[in-house]
Design a protein around this ligand. Structure first.
Ligand code: C5P
Length: 230
């Protein structure tokens, strides 16, 4: 039996930090929407069988149109997301029936994910049940509370996480079920949830500095430069 490899693209954020009046995933970078670029990266990867897009409920029609106009063939579902990212992610993964399928969960806001990162994540799931994409931290990271520094960290051990984050579907579904019981408290990324409940060893795939999450208005200029490099 062949096991399918799924991509879940999270596009249900409101993008409020972008402050552009509409969800940031519809901003065009060098002529293509952010969400369209993210879907395209997985569409053209030969290791990916099916793509599930989790959309802001009011934008399902818009994403359907992008999928149609771009001729994407692997998108099998476009589903409405939740209030927080972890909820959207659990809705996306919830539609996968086979527990041993591989699933890569990706932020639509990271349109420059490379084919190498996607390939490495899929391959890592042959040996691990969970895989993170991360890059070495260049800034020193501190802990702070109420405007005061409370702890320092050893920069040589710090990494900044990106997406995709990959899993055997059964593992991430179990993690989401446990997190849901706690109202997804503190869940900012999917590997973090799996780690919290100790459900799997998590392998790390080297990310890339160009795999940026477009969040603030100034990220658009950087994105245009990355897109220009093609
Ligand atoms: O908010 P954050 O920057 O962590 O969002 C990362 C990704 O998760 C974005 O692509 C965004 O569209 C998605 N997201 C989502 N559902 C939410 C919040 C964020 O799919 N409720």
């Amino acid at each position: 039996m062949t096991r399918l490899v799924y991509a879940v693209i999270l596009a249900s954020g409101k993008g409020e930090r972008m402050n552009c009046g509409f969800p940031k995933q519809f901003i065009e970078i060098a002529g293509k929407t952010i969400v369209g670029r993210s879907i395209e990266a997985f569409e053209k990867n030969s290791g990916i069988d099916e793509i599930i897009v989790v959309s802001e409920p009011a934008c399902i029609e818009k994403i359907t149109e992008i999928v149609k106009n771009s001729g994407f063939k692997k998108v099998t579902k476009i589903v409405p997301g939740g209030v927080i990212r972890a909820e959207s992610s659990s809705i996306g993964v919830g539609g996968i029936a086979e527990d041993d399928a591989k699933v890569l969960i990706h932020d639509a806001a990271r349109p420059f994910v490379s084919q190498r990162i996607i390939d490495d994540c899929i391959a890592a799931l042959d040996s691990f049940d969970a895989v993170h994409t991360a890059i070495k931290a260049t800034d020193t990271i501190i802990e702070a509370e109420n405007g005061k520094m409370t702890a320092t960290t050893d920069r040589s051990r710090m990494m900044q996480v990106q997406t995709p984050q990959g899993f055997r579907a059964g593992v991430i579904k179990k993690a989401h079920a446990l997190a849901k019981e706690e109202g997804f408290a503190g869940a900012t990324d999917d590997c973090g949830i799996v780690f919290k409940y100790g459900l799997a060893d998590i392998s790390i795939v080297e990310g890339e500095r160009t795999n940026i999450k477009i969040t603030y208005p100034e990220d658009i200029a950087v994105a245009e430069i990355i897109a220009g490099k093609g």
